[in-house]
Design a protein around this ligand. Structure first.
Ligand SMILES: Nc1ncnc2c1ncn2[C@@H]1O[C@H](COP(=O)(O)OP(=O)(O)O)[C@@H](O)[C@H]1O
Ligand SMILES: [Mg+2]
Length: 149
């Protein structure tokens, strides 16, 4: 729970997948209802750095480029006006750890039910399942076909 009496903050995991896009739209709609700020977080790893998770971005990683991709992704999903409500953050690390850390002090963590997948995945939806177990705040898992007002 947000015990520091900061402005309400909702964290959403963005990996460019259809589920993550719906999660982002859901997070912004919900944030509007509760007057929260939205933080869109992408975790990146060097491919092969971890043995089992799919990297958020592919080989020849360029941090500046990845930051731009995240900003573009948010703008594509929400449009110009919507994207102004969102703060983007690119963070190095395993997606589960990055999202759980980012959720510290937040009011909610929102993720998609599925992600980009990839050859290294051990389980489908492993990030969403792990954050649901370990996040320090309530977690909402959004399926790609959910309708968002
Ligand atoms: N690298 C990442 N950075 C931020 N969020 C992520 C990342 N990977 C996954 N997520 C979040 O977790 C959700 C579920 O993805 P995941 O559990 O990885 O499913 P899959 O196994 O199908 O890839 C995504 O929709 C997204 O919200
Ligand atoms: Mg994934």
């Amino acid at each position: 729970m947000n015990t520091q009496h900061e402005a309400p903050r909702i964290v959403v995991g963005v990996d460019g997948s259809p589920s993550s896009r719906t999660a982002l739209r859901w997070a912004v709609a919900y944030a509007g209802l509760v007057g929260a700020a939205v933080e869109a977080v992408t975790a990146w790893e060097i491919p092969g750095e971890a043995s089992w998770s799919a990297p958020a971005v592919d080989a020849e990683f360029d941090e500046e480029e990845a930051e731009k991709l995240l900003v573009d992704e948010v703008r594509t999903v929400l449009g110009e006006a919507g994207s102004r409500l969102v703060r983007e953050r690119l963070v190095h690390g395993h997606p589960v750890e990055v999202l759980v850390d980012a959720a510290e002090g937040a009011d909610m963590l929102v993720v998609g039910s599925r992600g980009r997948g990839g050859f290294r995945r051990a389980l489908l939806g492993s990030v969403s399942q792990q954050v649901a177990l370990h996040a320090p705040c309530p977690v909402t898992i959004v399926r790609p076909d959910v309708s968002v007002a």
